[in-house]
Design a protein around this ligand. Structure first.
Ligand code: HEC
Length: 177
């Protein structure tokens, strides 16, 4: 049942199921929309090994998180719906399914292939010369904005030096004089 709930979430707890008491998810998505191949695909946000991570202490909230909380996090945020009661058959089925997929995984050790994999840092890629004048002209502006957003902790002078100082800046770029 946990597998069906993962692949066809909408058919069991979706917003249009016959029993209004079972309408937990707020969208027609399935868990599988994000946790690929019923949560079994490497780097497809798999459930494999996840059971071994719980309960887990979360420093930010200062509390112990249960697997059920994590599932309900996806119920409320990812599926835009309501939390499943801890003792509902659906919650128990999800937990049992994730436990089944995690069978034999050592507690406290990361299972290879968890998460979504490393994204390539596109900022490190050179802009191909073939993209032409338009892109070559606009790309630095985009890059600068991205760099500002992602490196807001970097002092402004660094950004200025790298991308050319705005007129009002107090730091002169090295090539200015
Ligand atoms: C819109 C995308 C999306 C949907 C739909 C979704 N999830 Fe998730 N889920 C995520 C993301 C993103 C994470 C965070 C993964 C991470 O931390 O590496 C996550 C994490 C989890 C985790 C913790 C996994 C871990 O590696 O610690 C569980 C368990 C989970 N989801 C269960 C579910 C269940 C059950 C459903 C269906 C009821 C569901 N999710 C639906 C995106 C989604």
């Amino acid at each position: 049942m946990g597998r069906d709930l993962t692949t066809e979430t909408y058919a069991h707890i979706g917003p249009e199921v016959a029993d209004p008491a079972k309408r937990f998810a707020g969208s027609d998505m399935a868990c599988q929309s994000c946790h690929l191949e019923a949560g079994t695909k490497k780097f497809g946000l798999p459930f494999v090994g996840v059971f071994a991570d719980f309960p887990q202490y979360r420093a930010r909230e200062g509390e112990v998180g249960m697997l059920e909380d994590r599932i309900n996090g996806c119920m409320t945020r990812s599926l835009n719906g309501k939390a499943l009661p801890i003792d509902s058959p659906e919650m128990k089925a999800f937990v049992a399914y994730i436990e089944f997929l995690s069978d034999g995984r050592p507690i406290g050790r990361k299972t290879p292939g968890r998460g979504s994999g490393k994204m390539e840092d596109w900022r490190a890629r050179p802009i191909p010369s073939s993209v032409g004048r338009f892109t070559n002209r606009t790309a630095p502006a985009v890059t600068e904005r991205t760099a500002r957003a992602s490196e807001s902790a970097t002092p402004r002078a660094t950004c200025s030096r790298r991308f050319g100082a705005p007129k009002a800046s107090t730091t002169e770029p090295a090539w200015a004089g």
